[in-house]
Design a protein around this ligand. Structure first.
Ligand SMILES: Cc1cc2nc3c(=O)[nH]c(=O)nc-3n(C[C@H](O)[C@H](O)[C@H](O)COP(=O)(O)O)c2cc1C
Length: 292
């Protein structure tokens, strides 16, 4: 039986949903699947044996047009493959607010990082369910993106198995520009948590400390402290039961009213006509037949 190891990071659940869809698609094709969160590997110093897998999948949200720190940290601990014959085939799945050329270069740095360790990325695809940043899409749009994503997960699976090569491309100028943006973004994204403020409604339940994927939050002398390893995933902001974590200056980062994708999918609300958003620009192509 062939096997696939799917390693993913998901701040607020979107990438986890896609990872599950991909797992189901491989299972239908009789693959043996390991679905593993990168944070569990890193926190438990778990070792990975690439020889266990015929295929390796890497999943991550696009944050600030690039990859969060935790993904680069995870790749750094992947065992180096020295012989040419043992190199592993890798596919990458990203989730983003938009499936658009501005995000097409987001995986280039990790593709280089993987190649240097003996892992050949042959396929990448960007999925979208919703934005968890600044605004979310209307729930009816989210449901349609979700359904379209399931079909794309199935397509990814059959194309990866058939050996199809699919790497996202942009013009060299856009690529050069985005490489620059990504370099500038990295230190900024790591410092996002330095802008967090914890309000008096904090009940010190410890959930943010326990949930942070990079163990970047701790409680000291009754105060919540944030370190310098933030992924800017906003998990702590959205999962605080008291809504006690906010921003000093970047308050526009958080979706008004919070973001809980599982809740939206289970109980979608009709859009308030007054606040109804237009469909995102990529929507028609994504839910239609175009291979976006
Ligand atoms: C700080 C931050 C930055 C983001 N940057 C981008 C971006 O550059 N491009 C984009 O399309 N979406 C961006 N997003 C939206 C997320 O990529 C998207 O909602 C993703 O599906 C979230 O996945 P997750 O729920 O698995 O964390 C950003 C989200 C956050 C929180």
């Amino acid at each position: 039986m062939k096997s696939v190891g799917i390693f993913y990071f998901s701040g607020t659940g979107n990438t986890e949903i896609i990872a599950e869809m991909i797992r189901e698609a491989f299972a239908e094709r009789d693959y043996q699947i390991d679905l593993i969160r990168m944070e569990d590997v890193l926190k438990n110093s778990r070792t990975i044996n690439p020889a266990d897998y015929d295929l390796i999948g890497i999943g991550s949200p696009v944050l600030g047009y690039t990859s969060p720190k935790i993904v680069r940290d995870f790749i750094r601990i992947l065992p180096k493959i020295l012989s040419k014959e043992s190199r592993r085939k890798v596919f990458i799945f990203r989730t983003a607010a938009g499936v658009a050329p501005v995000n097409y270069n987001a995986s280039k740095p990790i593709i280089r990082q993987l190649a240097a360790r003996g892992y050949d990325v042959l396929y990448e695809r960007i999925f979208s369910i919703s934005s968890n940043w600044i605004f979310k899409y209307d729930d009816d749009v989210i449901l349609k993106l979700y359904e379209a994503s399931r079909k794309k997960a199935d397509l990814l699976c059959s194309e990866v198995i058939s050996g199809k090569k699919r790497l996202l491309k942009t013009s060299p100028l856009r690529r050069a520009m985005m490489e620059f943006v990504m370099l500038a973004d990295r230190p900024f994204l790591r410092m996002v948590s330095k802008d967090y403020v914890v309000s008096a409604s904090c009940s010190h339940c410890g959930l943010c400390v326990k949930n942070c994927p990079s163990a970047n939050i701790r409680e000291k002398n009754g105060k919540i402290k944030f370190g310098m390893s933030c992924n800017s995933c906003l998990r702590c902001v959205y999962s605080c039961p008291k809504n006690a974590i906010g921003f000093r200056t970047l308050s526009f980062f958080a979706v008004p009213g919070g973001y809980n994708i599982k809740k939206i999918l289970a109980h979608p609300c009709p859009p308030d006509e007054k606040d109804k958003r237009s469909e995102p620009p990529f929507f028609k192509a994504y839910v239609g037949d175009i291979d976006l």
